[in-house]
Design a binder for this molecule. Structure first.
Ligand SMILES: Cc1cc2nc3c(=O)[nH]c(=O)nc-3n(C[C@H](O)[C@H](O)[C@H](O)COP(=O)(O)OP(=O)(O)OC[C@H]3O[C@@H](n4cnc5c(N)ncnc54)[C@H](O)[C@@H]3O)c2cc1C
Ligand code: SF4
Ligand code: SF4
Length: 935
């Protein structure tokens, strides 16, 4: 049904045009959450304030237009999609307020779960809910799904740690449970509604059979249906209402803020892996462990262990385990080391009676600890990685009563065999009887759909009826389990849920068909196609974990959305459908506005670098190979040209002044159709470059210094109080540390090839990289000396797939930590310093080391939250400044107390300086400032 014209007209009055999306590309891009369902919204609205939400809901209610809220869109059950209006949270839902020294935290729904924990960490606290998706999932979704994870159990989920809620009902009315005036108003204005809630609660409590069923269901981890426990746990209708909102998946109202009672985050932790010879002994150990001070007990069946046994870094014995083996990964945490040891003893004593096939003892060593958890974390992506292109990977989420866990596991294994899911694996949170099973599924044929339907029918019967368990423990009911809610809960409880829904959303506008649906086939409708698109991205499961780090998220597309659109374009092409319009829109939204620095790969559970796809598409469009050839062959001339441009810009700045030149440059860029680069006051001066002589001869230890081409062109920023170039500063620091600095021959012609590769000229890029590696091999005397490269992106390009093991290449961070820490005495300053970790530093695995070095230099190190890739991407900051502007839109306020910033990429520093109001420089400047040679 299309949206009423008067609704649309009124919505356009309410929300600025740039936050309304109804074009084919945007609606398709937003049609995806992490589930295997797809609905394409007719209108996407990015809301920035509660006032807008209230007005929109009033409007939708009066026109009976269905709306769905979207936080991070990582839901797995099809609850964050809509074919009507999708209301997406914009930037301004990021408020947080720590209360009572961290005992409570009030959060707006757009805060990412991990960001809430980051502000609580220094206080030794965290929020209770801990979904595995916490690095991407936002508070709105975490509360609305009542999400939980490995440690939280039932006691620390949103329902049980809720201290207050601010909500907007379907009619646009507002209630803030922590504001006495709001509460009083609401009690007056909504007296009949509260009276009806009260009556429903009273009837429920009086119905002992129903009440005890509800109690039983919530002893287990359970997110099937609405949170009926609110009706028996509370007597004040306002408390009932607040708690009904938890787990309501956007079907009862909008969550505008939440206050959590936080839980302790103990600093001392240890993990062990116990492998039992069979499922029975493994599961019999679980109830005993439940009585011990354990924070997590994860079960891994033999199939999940098998799915990861060949992964790099996996211990060899994993492959040799017997066919029936079943493992428990146990974690314990404590406030002190002594207590931790006591806990470990108690835990091990409690399970001493059970036979073990293999065991990794409790360890606090981060190496061992991380390896054990890697086994657990890699299982789900492992299934995703082996699935056939075009199929989807489904993760189910059921609860068996703990005492029936062994039988539950074995019966599930039997169902896999019955329905031919040979690749399916089981793992899960054993303490709660919460098992995840992961399998791959095609939906492209009726046979496959019927297989899935028959399997789910058997699973529902097994879990909900035979074992009185829960069909969704953590992930929410969505559309996926809506047809089974009545089966699980029984008629009476199901009708009670519908009564609540009709009371709070009489027009049925809030997320229809989610949690409760009249359609018994809803779980088989609107299944999402995952067509083959490109081998780089075919394994994408559309989970959305990559979105928070993408600089174009909110400006154009996210990595997940780029993949969604590219998949669709390929499928349409194969079907002979014209893709002209979509491809034209994708050019800017998908291709041109991607920084291509691949930070998305760092967050992707299956390791996809969407930047690689974009670079490949750019290569397919590259139209000037001749020009690229010429540049590659005349690189020194090109650098001279670049220096000349900077010199001219510098002269213009002196003549016109920075504000006027900035204005002029903006106008010129507009007139040129965005083809001319953007000048900024943070632009460096041209470097007076004299090629250094390759070798001097002393008996000091030698280091080959490779100044990146950028460092050979760019000097300090005009007007900066730092007159020394990066090149000179680096030489001075290396010499201070006692090194003799030598240079590769023919430096002026050398380049790592990155500028060519990122613009779609991989051949020329590879040629330049090859030339440079050969020059470095010669300069380092076949790898005898270390090689220091002053720019992280260039180092990364050189070390990726390094063809010559003799070369020992260092980026600034690794060189400082391996060679300079021991040669220089550090005296930290108290000046607050902002640190920008470049994408390349992260790819090089040096992010933590960079912060550690910065902390040796300053007692106050600031890492601005929410800034990941700066979007400058070599020269995108000049050619598409909007990307840099967008990526750094929150930088200024985050670093306002800092006096300087450091990074390891000169071009990133230009954008960072111009968006922060402080001077960003290379890390070596800071290190040089705080060090002296060790006598
Ligand atoms: C690989 C993977 C692993 C996962 N692991 C876990 C896990 O361990 N535990 C777990 O519980 N879940 C897990 N999930 C599921 C999901 O990530 C979580 O449930 C998460 O909390 C959802 O948050 P979100 O921000 O993505 O919400 P969304 O998906 O955007 O929305 C979730 C629901 O909340 C509603 N909603 C959003 N914002 C609001 C609001 N402001 N007011 C009212 N309703 C709102 C939406 O309409 C939707 O129904 C996993 C998902 C993936 C892809
Ligand atoms: S490469 Fe960067 S800009 Fe491109 S999709 Fe990945 S994170 Fe986003
Ligand atoms: S690229 Fe990776 S992280 Fe992003 S949606 Fe796909 S699978 Fe998830």
């Amino acid at each position: 049904m299309s949206l009423p014209a008067d609704f649309l007209a009124a919505a356009r009055q309410l929300i600025p045009a740039e936050r309304l999306f109804d074009d084919p590309l945007s609606t398709l891009a937003f049609g995806t959450d992490a589930s295997f369902y797809r609905l394409i919204p007719q209108l996407v609205v990015r809301v920035e304030s509660e006032t807008e939400v209230i007005a929109l809901l009033r409007l939708a209610n009066s026109h009976q237009v269905p709306v769905t809220f979207r936080a991070a869109g990582t839901s797995l059950s099809g609850q964050a999609i809509s074919d009507s209006v999708l209301i997406v949270l914009g930037d301004h839902w990021n408020g947080r307020e720590i209360r009572h020294g961290g005992a409570q935290i009030r959060l707006q729904p757009g805060v990412i779960g991990a960001a809430a924990n980051a502000v609580l960490a220094p206080l030794g606290r965290k929020i209770g809910p801990d979904p595995a998706s916490i690095n991407a999932a936002k508070i709105g979704g975490i509360v609305a799904n009542n999400s939980s994870g490995m440690c939280c159990g039932t006691a620390q989920n949103s329902y049980h740690t809720l201290a207050g809620l601010r909500l907007v009902l379907a009619d646009g009315s507002l209630l803030d449970s922590e504001d006495p005036a709001s509460v009083a108003d609401f009690r007056r204005s909504h007296a009949p509604l509260l009276a009806q809630l009260d009556e429903l609660a009273r009837q429920t409590r009086a119905n002992s059979e129903l009440a005890s069923r509800i109690r039983h269901k919530y002893r287990l981890k359970n997110t099937t249906g609405l949170s009926l426990n609110a009706l028996i746990d509370f007597t004040d209708p306002l408390d009932i209402l607040s708690h009904l909102m938890v787990g309501s998946e956007g079907t009862l109202g909008f969550i505008s803020a939440v206050t959590y009672d936080t839980v302790p985050e103990h600093p001392h932790k240890a993990s062990a892996l116990l492998v039992f010879p069979d499922v029975e002994s493994c599961c019999r150990a679980v109830p005993l462990l439940k009585q011990q001070p354990v924070s997590a007990v994860e079960l891994l069946d033999r199939r999940s262990l098998r799915s990861v046994e060949n992964m790099p870094g996996m211990p060899e014995w994993v492959g040799a385990l017997s066919a029936g083996a079943c493992a428990l990964l146990i974690e314990t945490r404590a406030s002190g080391a002594e207590l931790l040891s006591e806990q470990i003893e108690r835990i091990m004593a409690s399970v001493a009676q059970f036979p073990r096939e293999k065991q990794v003892d409790f360890s606090t060593d981060p190496k061992v600890y991380n390896q054990l958890w890697k086994i657990r974390k890699d299982t789900f992506p492992a299934v995703g990685a082996v699935r056939a292109t075009g199929t989807t990977v489904i993760i189910e989420d059921v609860t068996f009563p703990v005492e029936a866990l062994a039988e539950g596991v074995n019966r599930l294994l039997a169902l896999f065999d019955k329905h031919g899911y040979t690749e399916a694996i089981i793992f899960g949170h054993a303490l709660e009887g919460n098992l995840h099973f992961v399998f791959t599924q095609g939906f492209d044929s009726e046979t496959e759909k019927s297989r899935y339907q028959a399997f789910m029918q058997d699973v529902a019967q097994l879990v909900a009826v035979e074992f009185a368990g829960a069909l969704k423990a953590e992930h929410g009911t969505g559309r996926n389990m809506a047809p089974f809610v009545e089966l699980e809960w029984g008629r009476e409880a199901y009708q009670l849920m519908w009564a609540i829904k009709r009371l709070l959303d009489p027009q049925g506008i809030l997320n229809p068909d989610v949690v409760l649906s009249d359609d018994p086939q809803i779980h088989l409708k609107n299944l999402k196609p995952l067509p083959a698109a490109n081998t780089i991205v075919d394994k994408c499961i559309e989970c959305g974990f990559c979105e928070p780090v993408c600089p174009s998220n909110g400006l154009t597309l996210t990595p997940r959305q780029r993949i969604v659109i590219w998949r669709d374009i390929q499928a349409r092409k194969r079907a002979g459908i014209d893709t002209g319009e979509l491809e034209a829109a994708f050019q800017h939204q998908g291709i041109d506005s991607c920084a291509a620095t691949g930070l998305c790969a760092q967050r992707c559970p299956v390791g996809i670098n969407t930047g690689d796809l974009v670079r490949e598409l750019r290569a397919g469009q590259a139209r000037h190979p001749g020009r690229a050839d010429w540049l590659a062959g005349h690189f020194a001339t090109a650098l001279k040209g670049a220096r000349l441009s900077l010199m001219l810009a510098g002269t213009a700045q002196r003549l016109l002044g920075a504000p006027r030149l900035l204005k002029l440059s903006r106008s010129a860029r507009r007139w040129s159709g965005e083809r001319l680069p953007q000048w900024t006051p943070a632009m460096p001066q041209a470097l007076r470059w004299v090629e250094p002589s390759p070798v001097r001869a002393t008996d000091k230890p030698k280091v080959v210094y490779l100044p990146a081409c950028i460092s050979r062109v760019m000097g300090p920023t005009a007007g900066s109080d730092e007159p020394v170039s990066l090149f000179d500063k680096t030489c001075a620091l290396l010499e201070k540390a006692g090194f003799e600095v030598i240079f590769p021959a023919g430096l002026d012609e050398l380049c790592c090839g990155q500028p060519f590769a990122s613009k779609g000229y991989p051949e020329q890029g590879e040629r330049k990289r090859g030339e440079l590696l050969a020059a470095l091999l010669a300069a380092s005397e076949q790898g005898r000396y270390p090689i220091y490269c002053d720019t992280s992106p260039c180092t990364l390009r050189l070390v990726q797939g390094m063809p010559d093991a003799r070369l020992n290449l260092y980026d600034p961070v690794r060189f400082i930590r391996e060679h300079l820490l021991e040669r220089l005495a550090f005296e930290p300053i108290d000046t607050p310093v902002a640190v920008h970790v470049t994408c390349s530093t992260q790819h090089l695995g040096e992010a933590e080391a960079l912060l550690a070095v910065a902390r040796r230099c300053s007692t106050q190190v600031v890492v601005p939250e929410g800034i990941h890739c700066c979007g400058f991407a070599g020269d995108k900051g000049f050619s598409l400044p909007a990307l840099n502007d967008h990526a750094l839109r929150s930088l200024k306020s985050a670093v306002q107390h800092c006096e300087l910033g450091v990074s390891t990429s000169r071009t990133c520093e230009i954008g960072l300086s111009s968006h922060s109001g402080i001077d960003y420089r290379g890390l070596v400047y800071l290190v040089d400032r705080v060090t002296r040679p060790i006598a």
